[in-house]
Ligand binder design. Structure first.
Ligand code: PRP
Length: 183
């Protein structure tokens, strides 16, 4: 799927495929040096983080393992309570392990703030976050994120894993959805 094919449904491309590639490789180098000599488990948050996980994991030189969680926030997008339900839990036992959560976007921060607390409570040796995108103006809670790819304005974005009604996840870059598309 290319951006031209959805040109009438978006207002602009915020982050191009090339910008993502270059930032992913920069962050991968930092992650490699941060975890030198340590055993690392990447935890991807389904479904939005699939593309980012696929790219950043392969950009790492470190030997890593990969696991996945699926979570759902009650009332997400309207009045999120910050209560999160686990739809799919980790397969791995993370007791004593270094965990890096791989996320596509931090919006209100409620999902990640809950997830970090949940994983720490399981006895992980460390829990850090790498997120491709963050919307500083949408934050409701402060989340300590070690690596952020791009800070973006508080607009509805799709592509590179992010969806609207399950569409647009396969766009190669990140684009702002035209409000007329969802109104
Ligand atoms: C998105 C995103 C984060 C969460 C961020 O997931 O992938 O997990 O919302 O929002 P927050 O910071 O306000 O908590 P979504 O619930 O849309 O599911 P998806 O990844 O399956 O698209």
């Amino acid at each position: 799927m290319d951006v031209e094919s959805v040109a009438s449904e978006i207002t602009k491309v915020l982050v191009t495929e090339e910008q993502i590639k270059s930032r992913v490789s920069e962050m991968a180098k930092q992650i490699d040096s941060h975890y030198t000599g340590k055993d690392l488990l990447l935890v991807g948050v389904l479904k939005g983080a699939v593309m980012f996980m696929a790219d950043i994991s392969r950009a790492l030189e470190s030997r890593v393992q990969m696991d996945w969680m699926a979570v759902s926030s009650y009332g997400h997008g309207t009045q999120s309570s910050g209560v999160v339900r686990i739809l799919k839990d980790l397969d791995a036992d993370i007791l004593g392990r270094h965990v890096l959560i791989v996320e596509d976007i931090i919006d209100s921060g409620l999902t990640l703030s809950w997830l970090v607390a949940n994983l720490k409570a399981r006895g992980a040796a460390s829990v850090e976050i790498v997120s491709l995108l963050r919307k500083p103006d949408a934050a409701k809670v402060v989340v300590d994120v070690t690596w952020v790819g791009f800070e973006i304005p508080n607009e509805f974005v799709v592509g590179y894993g992010l969806d609207f009604a399950e569409n647009y996840r396969t766009l190669p870059g990140v684009a702002v959805l035209d409000p007329k598309t969802y109104n």
